[in-house]
Design a protein around this ligand. Structure first.
Ligand SMILES: C[S@@+](CC[C@H](N)C(=O)[O-])C[C@H]1O[C@@H](n2cnc3c(N)ncnc32)[C@H](O)[C@@H]1O
Ligand SMILES: Nc1nc2[nH]cc(C(=O)O)c2c(=O)[nH]1
Ligand code: SF4
Ligand SMILES: [Mg+2]
Length: 230
């Protein structure tokens, strides 16, 4: 296993004119997360991630993958004849080719969302993209990777997501959003870490605290369980 491959950005895709990405999969599913939940959506999953969240449900995207030109990705997406596209990973922004890919998807008229860890600068993402930015909690094991400046640039329709691993994580996230009044700036999503926090418990905690956040249960796992490519 080549650890450097997983934790660093490939030099072949770091230039401003990057024309390819390393791709794990492209598939059609029902959007299971964030504000666009429920829409038929094409998922473009880029390979590699510099983080190691303990709960990660896509560790299969850390390694491997196939180099694809941006035009190839666009052609594969077009074949699904679907309006919504979600670019995810791995950590999509760890590849410089992700930025022109997002731009090309927007140019082609898709409704594009981006799932990102919050560890990489999101300010240069095409402004037509809806950014869904995680704040990694202490329970994720990656809290020190948060790039809090990202939260300053989000628009009201964009989203910050906390994946919660315990009651302690919930209290940490609650205090975080209250101190920063984050819910006045953008949509705040609270999601249970699958198999670690019961969605019903999280629902009650949100209600008890009168938190202005949106509970999110991963819809695709309700439908299909924890299945790759769904
Ligand atoms: C697989 S990640 C890929 C994008 C990016 N690396 C990130 O962390 O946002 C997509 C989303 O799935 C969430 N996720 C991963 N594993 C999860 C789990 N076991 N339960 C709930 N959400 C999970 C992540 O926190 C993130 O919001
Ligand atoms: N159905 C479905 N919806 C999703 N929304 C975000 C996903 C992701 O892995 O980033 C995802 C995913 O993997 N599957
Ligand atoms: S940042 Fe995203 S892809 Fe990377 S380990 Fe965490 S959840 Fe998985
Ligand atoms: Mg997923």
């Amino acid at each position: 296993m080549n650890l450097a491959d997983a934790t660093t950005v490939d030099s072949a895709v770091t230039g401003p004119g990057a024309t390819r990405v390393k791709l794990t999969e492209i598939f059609l599913s029902i959007q299971g997360e964030a504000d666009s939940v429920g829409w038929p959506t094409v998922f473009v999953r880029l390979t590699g991630c510099p983080l190691r969240c303990q709960y990660c449900d896509t560790a299969y995207a850390f390694y491997g993958g196939e180099w694809s030109s941006l035009d190839d990705v666009l052609a594969k997406v077009a074949a699904f004849e679907t309006k919504h596209v979600c670019v995810t990973g791995g950590e999509p922004l760890a590849q410089k080719g992700c930025f022109p890919l997002l731009q090309k998807l927007c140019d082609a008229g898709y409704r594009v969302s981006l799932e990102t860890s919050g560890a990489i600068d999101v300010s240069n993402v095409d402004p037509r993209v809806v950014r869904v930015v995680d704040v990694k909690t202490p329970g994720s094991g990656e809290v020190e990777r948060n790039r809090y400046e990202n939260l300053e640039v989000l628009r009201p329709e964009e989203q910050v997501k906390f994946v919660l691993c315990s009651r302690a994580d919930f209290e940490w996230a609650r205090d975080f959003i209250r101190e920063r009044r984050l819910y006045e700036r953008c949509m705040v999503l609270f999601s249970p870490s699958y198999g670690q926090v019961d969605g019903r418990d999280l629902a009650q905690w949100v209600l008890d605290e009168r938190l202005p956040v949106r509970l999110q249960i991963q819809l695709h796992k309700v439908l299909w369980g924890d299945t790759p490519g769904k």
